[in-house]
Write a protein that binds this ligand. Sequence first.
Ligand code: FES
Ligand SMILES: [Fe+2]
Length: 420
Amino acid sequence: MTLSNSIADERVWPELGACRVPSWVYTDQELFEREMEKFHYGKTWNFVGLECEIPEPNSYRRSFVGPRSVIITRDEQGEVHVVENRCAHRGAPVCWKQSGKGKDLTCPYHEWTYDLSGNLQGVPFLRGAKPHPGMPRDFNKADHGLRKLKTHVHNGTIWASYSEDVQPFEDYVGPEILRFINRVFPGREIRLLGYSRQHIPGNWKLYFENSRDPYHATLLHSFFTTFGLYRADAKFCVTPQPNGHEYIYSHFTSNTREASADMAAEMKNIKSSFTLEDMSVVTPVDEFKDGLISSLQVFPSIFIQQHGNILALRHILPKSAGGTELAWTYFGYADDTEEMKQLRLKQGNLVGPAGYVSLEDSEVLTQVQRTLTSAPDTVQVIEMGGRDNFEPSETAITETLLRSFWKFYRSEMGFDGAVA
Ligand code: FES
Ligand SMILES: [Fe+2]
């Protein structure tokens, strides 16, 4: 799609392309609507939930694709569906509960009833109340179901697309991302450990960028650096992927607590002498037997994180140009020992809305959005690692994933020809 005669024409992307980002991309509501059409309602696969959240036939749970409410359901036969949570009659949300069980869903407004695959089953007063006629004789219930999204289930994860022409899921994510999804979701039964949700008064792309920006993670998050969980002196693999995806992994070893003198001089927040009463919070067990900490983003909806023994999903839910909801899901495996479950819960204190490290992200992004809103004609600089460098990196001191994202974004949104 090209943004003909609209934003792309009116707005001029700054010189230097992907290593410059104009602040108005985070604040313009019309651009936001176009992003939703292009990405979230376009030819993409959006994460919507886990199979274990709808464990039995006739269970359902609400989720989102972009700002639109959807329902993930498991019908009587056990098949998974994703339907819009929007009544075909007058648009009321059909499902008002976060999750539940039942053979059908009844809209509270005029009580139209749908089965769990979204087919309209019942319309009160379909034949009227004599002598009044009710609905027209040719009203066909089959034409008025809930809107059904294309649905794909992969090793316990559920994905949805508004496009019938979207690539197969495996092609959309690509082999590298699939390898990292399968590392965390190998087909083992998943056990839910909990949820948290937070509203960040910032643009969804800011959050997307934040979690693909290892440069900040080694500096802003002093808890990480102090306890050696994520340090600039570790060996990293920071890898842009097609379709806006990326993955990062780094090697965790106990000696990452010992920063070289050069590194320590750059990392002013390191407090090497600090210790904790309970060091197990920062002492992961190498459960995947590869010594890695890994994270990946599947554009446009999800950040999948394995940090030590924390397994967490960050579902990025855009609400408006200036607001994003972040829905966290914490999980482990059904065959985890009780000890491992407790370790996951304990380490989970690092992340989430009030996490020892994640708290700073939402605060920084809140403040960034404020300053950008007050100065939409300003420009961001993304040059760490090289202005034209879009290559994978072995260090966290890089912004290659941000440049790669903006290169992808500019091309998809039709801004490519708009370089001054
Ligand atoms: S809006 Fe749902 S039944 Fe009328
Ligand atoms: Fe961060």
